[in-house]
Design a protein around this ligand. Structure first.
Ligand code: FAD
Length: 431
């Protein structure tokens, strides 16, 4: 078989490449560099997930801890520590991780991909062509997305970057009448103000006036002025990025898979984009392994990937919706009105109800392949829970309908018993 071809060397493409190398596959990765310098905020949990995926070089010099402030709905508070990720450094580190893992790296821009049941033909800028049996689409938001999927309100983020006076590293989020802004300042004086607005209603000026307009808007916020301590703006740069939430209609086929932002791009308000891109990427190597080595389970493997991506996307979309709804000063303004009701009215976290638990056959990951098992479907976990503390829970829940808890849980170790009891109570079980 030809090497598996991955398009895009962001965190998702890199995580898939490492996972496939661990399973023994030859991997070729083609990527262009990002065309702008960005700073992104991530939590401790994301750093742990990146390390867990083996992306150590990527994190070596890329992070700065920062105290995050939030100004939302006329309230201000200092939130937890976030880490500011310098994307150019991070992206260079990802490639070093690839090189160390024996991934063949091709630097170049993909112009087109022609796919059929027998394989893929990828045309690069400069005229080269590559053929592949299996393709991983990880070009982020730039990946073409055929078919009708799900799209949130059209959104654009205007990233302003300039050199200010050196100071203390800090970051903050502020809600505004027609959007919200994320801002960060590095100790070396690099400043970032990212203003996210509604495409339909923002009424932005033309490209030539946009930088001045952004400056004017930033200066009109007392919060932003205090945050940047009125420092001078040297060498200001502006880059517009689409930040619409997008879920393509299909994210996996017999000989291809989409991961990261190419599989689901979330609203940057969640501050969780990298985490989400890793979630879909970490499960992909096992899905690919199943498609290639156990093609009789292809439908199951595709269902696994598709369902998990969709569920994660909707969960984060609903959490984002509730956060937008928390801002009540401008509920009638177009930006807020559209976002406080998208994607639907379903609650983000459903209340536990033990009597509503169901047991169903669902795809799970077992020994490097997608397999099928009985899982417990809960209100909050519609794809089901298979194991708690290393033990299957479906047989226990089945017996609890007719038997006392003490006898059902008697065979478990002390630690397992403690964890399973805790889980059952969390599901609304009343002993
Ligand atoms: P990417 O990181 O986008 O990587 C895709 C790669 O593919 C890039 O290297 C690109 O150069 C390459 N590529 C693209 N097209 C081609 C082509 N034709 N040929 C070859 N190569 C190509 N996430 C956070 O966790 N925290 C944040 O604070 C945060 N802020 C954000 C702010 C905005 C405005 C936006 C839009 C997103 C933000 N995100 C944030 C999300 C985060 O950037 C992404 O979720 C994450 O980078 C996705 O990883 P990925 O690997 O899927 O794609």
């Amino acid at each position: 078989m030809k090497p598996i071809l991955i398009l895009g060397a962001g965190p998702a493409g890199a995580a898939v490449a490492l996972g496939l190398r661990r399973l023994g596959y030859a991997v070729t990765l083609i990527s262009d560099w990002r065309r702008f310098a960005a700073l992104e905020g991530v939590s401790q949990r994301v750093l742990e997930a990146l390390r867990g995926a083996g992306l150590h070089q990527a994190l070596a010099d890329a992070t700065l801890p920062s105290q995050r402030q939030v100004a939302w709905n006329a309230q201000q508070h200092a939130q937890n520590i976030e880490f500011l990720l310098d994307r150019p450094t991070f992206d260079r580190g990802l490639r070093e991780d690839m090189r160390l893992a024996g991934v063949q790296l091709i630097e170049g821009r993909v112009l087109s991909v022609q796919s059929s049941a027998s394989g893929h033909r990828v045309e690069l800028d400069g005229g080269d062509t590559l053929l592949a049996d299996f393709l991983v689409e990880a070009r982020g938001r730039q990946a073409p997305s055929p078919g009708k999927g799900l799209r949130g309100p059209e959104t654009v983020s205007l990233l302003n970057r300039w050199q200010g006076a050196p100071g203390v590293t800090a970051s903050a989020v502020e809600s505004l009448e027609d959007g919200w802004a994320w801002m960060a300042r590095r100790a070396d004086g690099q400043c970032y103000w990212q203003w996210t607005v509604d495409v339909a209603s923002a009424d932005l000026p033309g490209k030539a006036q946009l930088l001045d307009y952004c400056l004017e808007r930033r200066q009109s916020s007392d919060f932003a002025r205090a945050f940047f301590a009125d420092s001078p703006s040297i060498d200001p740069q502006l880059h517009a990025r689409s930040s619409t939430a997008i879920l393509p209609a299909q994210v996996c086929g017999d000989n291809w898979i989409r991961v990261g932002d190419a599989a689901m791009a979330v609203d940057p308000l969640s501050g969780n984009g990298i985490f989400q891109s890793l979630s879909s990427a970490l499960q992909a190597p096992v899905v690919i392994n199943t498609l290639l080595r156990k093609p009789e389970r292809a439908a199951l493997a595709q269902r696994f990937h598709q369902q998990r991506v969709e569920q994660l996307f909707l969960r984060f979309a609903r959490i984002g919706r509730d956060f937008y709804a928390d801002e009540q000063r401008w509920a009638g303004q177009p930006f807020w009105q559209a976002r406080r009701q998208w994607p639907d009215t379903q609650v983000a976290h459903a209340t536990a109800d033990f009597s509503a638990l169901r047991i169903e056959r669902m795809p799970v990951l077992r020994d490097g392949f997608v397999d099928e098992a009985d899982v417990v479907i809960t209100a909050d976990q519609p794809l089901g829970i298979w194991h708690v503390q290393g033990g299957e829970v479906a047989p226990l829940v089945r017996r609890l309908v007719n038997e006392p808890a003490d006898s059902v849980l008697a065979g478990l170790t002390v630690e397992q018993g403690r964890m399973v009891r805790g889980w059952l109570l969390g599901q609304g079980f009343k002993p």
